[in-house]
Structures are given as structure tokens and as C-alpha cells.
Design a protein around this ligand. Structure first.
Ligand SMILES: Cc1cc2nc3c(=O)[nH]c(=O)nc-3n(C[C@H](O)[C@H](O)[C@H](O)COP(=O)(O)OP(=O)(O)OC[C@H]3O[C@@H](n4cnc5c(N)ncnc54)[C@H](O)[C@@H]3O)c2cc1C
Length: 475
């Protein structure tokens, strides 16, 4: 059989373990297509930088097969239909996505193509498990991560499919836009990201191998310390699908079997647990379609937020006077990434100390994170805010200075991202306002001038947040 199959690439910009491509390659000739819809996809975000260079790298990989990635811009359904009709394609294959808007689009696309007698096949997307199978004994979605996690460990994990050995192109030439014409990048904010990242399939593999060699063996012990960098930094690669989540899982399982070393296995299992947190966020998005926009706990509809543009701006620009918060926000702006422990602290600070709605933080992260992912971002914000189903209770309010003392004891992370505090002794670096004047002078710091005074007092802000929370508890 030699079918003509259009394979859609979306947030799975790779050839390895790409179920739609793998099945299409067995059945016929392929037209790989990427369509940029300005209405749904973000432009000029940190992630559009990532997408741009991932597409460039995907094309370079397809060159080995003498195949061109067809780039189009516009409304996805009409673009795909037109392409299928123009090329007389027999079928369109794609992998499932998880956002409600995306699922809706895929459903409409399927209906329209089928109405035109074009075969459509949707293959499973970038998840480890078949999440629609996972329910508790009452046939309801799991609400608690630990129960979900235990259940996942009993489920079969889908095996990675590898890269098809024989990918053949459509015989006729099809026109494509140039990558620049997608207009993913504007201005020059993103240029600096090149210092920190190499987006795409090749960069993903290099980063993964580096992590496995240098950090996986003590991931569990050190993952909470932002200056140690013992985390994988796979999140931006996973967000656009430069690497397969099933490949990461399978590699770790092989290492556990090969090593036969309990201590090493514990470190790897801790990493696998984080991958299941990712599954849990997709699971919640599938079960609660408004997960990324609305608080899941309905009593938060009555919460009295205090939208305040000056406070919000101070948070975004890393000018709150709380060094760990400022370091995190500046790392984010400079690199498009922030360590998970620091994400929790800055998120808690915005929502609880500054009383800004979590959706403001979600939107800023959507704009600035190279690893932005609606499911993980929503779960992160709803967990920290106490508005999610399985979340930190609202009354647990991080003290940003104590978090700094605990997880960045010598202040190395703060000194890197807030250089104006670099000469301050570690004893004072987490709360510069407590340093004696002479020490501040020696370190070249004038509070309120070279570095801000705290934008809010921790104790007062904590009491105010708890008061607001108690008000909705009664509602
Ligand atoms: C407020 C907030 C917002 C967040 N927004 C995002 C986001 O937009 N995109 C995103 O990928 N992650 C988000 N996270 C989760 C987490 O911070 C990142 O996944 C992690 O920091 C990525 O770095 P890493 O790849 O080195 O992680 P590692 O520690 O090496 O973990 C490996 C992988 O496990 C998954 N993972 C790890 N921690 C979590 C977690 N807490 N929740 C879900 N999956 C996890 C990720 O896929 C990650 O790449 C957010 C967390 C918070 C608190």
C-alpha cells in the first residue's frame, strides 16, 4: 500500500517516538506540515523563540530524508483541508493534544476531512499513560496526587516507538512559507536566550545526556537547591516535544535495571515521580477544561484580590526587595527559565503577599517561560494559591527570606541574579534591610536606591492574606 499521508507536527517537533509519523511511514509517502495559527499560538513569547529554532532544527533533520517541512500560516482547519485537496492526499495523521481549544480544533478538523472522504487518524499524544483509563474506585478522577501516582505505577507505560527507518516524501513539490514568514520572532529580547539554550532535537539529546551523566545520580538530594543546577532542564524540550517523555521514562527504567544499586535507584525514582506530576497536570486539564483559567475551588470566586499594577510590575521586574523573589524573576527574564523551588516562592509571594490574582502570574509565565505549558503552569499556580484540588493549603504562606536561607544558604543563586547584593555577607543576603548600616555601606548598597526596600512587610502581608482567606472560608 502506498498512501499519501499528511502528518501534522504541532507540539511534537521531533522524528523519534512520533506515533503519527511512525505509522504513516509504514503505510506510504509523507508530507510533514506545521501550521502556525496566530490566533491560538503565541507570537513573540519566550516559547515562540523555542518554536522557531525547533522548526529550524526539525527541517535540518528532515534534510537527511530529502524532505521539506511544509510551513503554513492561518486558520488550521481550512489550511489542512486545502492542502489535502490540492495534493490529493489520502489521509491526515496527527498526535492528540490536551488543551480544550486544541481538542475542539482536532475534532472539527476530523469532521471536515472525513466529510471530504479523507481518512483521519489521531494517535496518542505526549503522555506516559492512557489517562482516560485512570479513575478511582468510584469511577471518578483522582483528586490527590499520591493516590494518582500509586495507581500510575500499576499502569503499563507506552513504549517509545523510535524513529522510522524509512521516511519517503510525496512525489510532487508542495509550496511552503519560509520560516521567517511565520513571524514568530519580533524585536531582540530573545537573542540572549542563545547563551543558555540550544532548542530542538539535537539540543534535547545533548541536555539529556549531560543530565544523566552529571546530575541524575544525586537528583533527589539536590533538586531543591537552585544554585546547584542538578535538575534536568528538560521542560522546554518537552513543552514543544523535541524529545519524547516515553523515551525519558524508558531510559531511566533501563538505568535502574542496569545499575542494581538501591541508592542510585532512589534518585532516579524521584525523577520519575516528577514526570508523573507532569501526567497529573495533563490529567487535571483533561478532567477540568477550565483548569488554566478558573480556580477549581469555587469558594475562591469570592476571594478579595487587590489588582495593583505597581505591585505587579515590581514583581515582574524583580524589584520587590525580597532577594530570592527578585533573583527568580530576573533569572526568568534573562533566561526564560526559573528553578521549580523559586517558582513556588515567587508565585506564593505574588498571590499571598501582594494579593494579585494567580491568573496574572500565569499570564506572565506564559509570556516569559521557554517551557510554558498550560497544564503544568495551571497546576503550579493553582497548587501554590491553594485554589486547586490537590494543593498547598492557602494558609501555608512561604516566608521568602526563610526559603532563601534554607535553599540558597550561602546566597550563591541570589548573587548570580541580583548582582547589586553580591558583596553582602550571607548572613544578611536574604533580608538586606536587617543588615547594619556599616555593612550595607561596605557592600555598596543604599536601600531604596541601589536595591529596593521590601515592598511589603512579611508579617503584615501574611496576616492580611490570612484574613482574606478566613473571609472566604465563611462564605
Ligand atoms: C507557579 C508554577 C508554574 C509552573 N509552570 C510550568 C510551566 O509552564 N511549564 C512546565 O513545564 N513546568 C511548570 N512548572 C513546574 C516545574 O517548575 C517545572 O516543570 C520544572 O521547574 C522544570 O525544570 P526541569 O525540567 O529541570 O525539572 P526536573 O526537576 O528535572 O523535572 C523533570 C520534568 O518533570 C516535570 N516536572 C517537574 N516538576 C514538575 C511540577 N512541579 N509539575 C509538573 N511537572 C513537573 C517536568 O516535565 C520536568 O521537565 C511550574 C511550577 C510552578 C510552581
Amino acid at each position: 500500500m502506498n498512501k499519501k499521508i499528511i502528518v501534522l507536527f504541532r507540539n511534537d517537533l521531533r522524528l523519534d517516538d512520533h506515533p503519527a509519523l511512525w505509522h504513516a511511514a509504514k503505510l506510504g509517502v509523507i508530507l510533514p506540515v506545521y501550521i502556525h495559527n496566530e490566533q491560538f499560538s503565541m507570537c513573540n513569547t519566550a516559547q515562540s523563540f523555542w518554536t522557531y529554532y525547533s522548526l529550524q532544527n526539525l527541517q535540518a533533520t528532515l534534510d537527511d530524508y530529502d524532505m521539506q517541512l511544509i510551513l503554513r500560516k492561518g486558520e488550521v482547519i481550512s489550511e489542512v483541508l486545502q492542502l489535502a485537496l490540492d495534493t490529493e492526499a489520502d489521509a491526515v495523521y496527527f498526535n492528540e493534544r490536551f488543551l480544550p481549544t486544541e481538542r475542539n480544533e482536532d475534532e472539527q478538523l476530523t469532521n471536515i476531512l472525513q466529510a471530504n472522504n479523507i481518512e483521519v487518524k489521531a494517535f496518542y499524544g505526549d503522555a506516559l499513560f492512557n489517562l482516560s483509563n485512570i479513575q478511582n474506585q468510584q469511577n471518578k478522577p483522582y483528586a490527590i496526587f499520591t493516590s494518582f501516582y500509586k495507581r500510575c505505577l500499576q499502569e503499563p507505560v507506552r513504549q517509545p516507538l523510535g524513529q522510522p527507518t524509512n521516511i519517503r516524501a510525496f512525489p510532487t513539490k508542495v509550496s511552503s512559507l519560509a520560516l521567517e514568514q511565520l513571524q514568530l520572532l519580533h524585536g531582540n529580547w530573545y537573542h540572549k536566550f542563545h547563551h543558555y539554550w540550544k532548542p530542538g532535537i539535537d539540543g534535547a539529546m545533548e541536555q539529556w545526556e549531560l543530565f544523566v551523566e552529571q546530575s541524575l545520580f544525586d537528583y533527589h538530594d539536590k533538586r531543591d537547591y537552585p544554585a546547584k543546577e542538578t535538575i534536568s532542564k528538560m521542560s522546554p524540550f518537552l513543552a514543544v516535544g523535541n524529545i519524547s517523555i516515553r523515551f525519558l521514562w524508558a531510559t531511566c527504567q533501563e538505568l535502574i535495571e542496569d545499575e542494581d544499586n538501591t541508592i542510585f535507584s532512589q534518585q532516579i525514582e524521584s525523577f520519575l515521580r516528577q514526570l508523573i506530576w507532569r501526567e497529573f497536570s495533563i490529567y487535571q486539564l483533561l478532567n477540568y477544561p477550565t483548569f488554566s483559567t478558573d480556580s477549581l475551588r469555587s469558594n475562591f470566586q469570592h476571594f478579595e484580590w487587590e489588582p495593583h499594577s505597581i505591585r505587579l510590575e515590581a514583581w515582574k521586574t524583580g524589584q520587590t526587595g525580597y532577594p530570592l523573589v527578585d533573583a527568580g524573576m530576573r533569572e526568568l527574564w534573562e533566561t526564560g527559565y526559573m528553578h521549580n523551588r523559586v517558582r513556588m516562592v515567587v508565585a506564593s509571594f505574588l498571590v499571598k503577599h501582594l494579593l494579585q490574582p494567580w491568573q496574572e502570574g500565569y499570564a506572565w509565565f506564559e509570556h516569559t517561560l521557554v517551557d510554558f505549558n498550560a497544564a503544568n503552569n495551571a497546576m503550579g499556580w493553582q497548587w501554590v494559591s491553594g485554589t486547586g484540588i490537590d494543593s498547598a493549603p492557602y494558609f501555608r504562606i512561604f516566608n521568602p527570606s526563610l526559603q532563601g536561607e534554607k535553599f540558597d544558604t550561602d546566597g550563591a543563586y541570589i548573587k548570580k541574579w541580583v548582582p547589586e547584593l553580591a558583596l553582602l555577607p550571607a548572613k544578611y543576603i536574604h533580608a538586606p534591610q536587617t543588615a547594619p548600616t556599616a555593612i550595607l555601606e561596605q557592600a555598596g548598597i543604599t536601600l531604596g536606591d541601589t536595591y529596593p526596600l521590601p515592598i511589603v512587610d512579611h508579617k503584615t502581608a501574611r496576616a492580611r492574606a490570612l484574613e482574606r482567606y478566613n473571609a472566604i472560608k465563611k462564605a
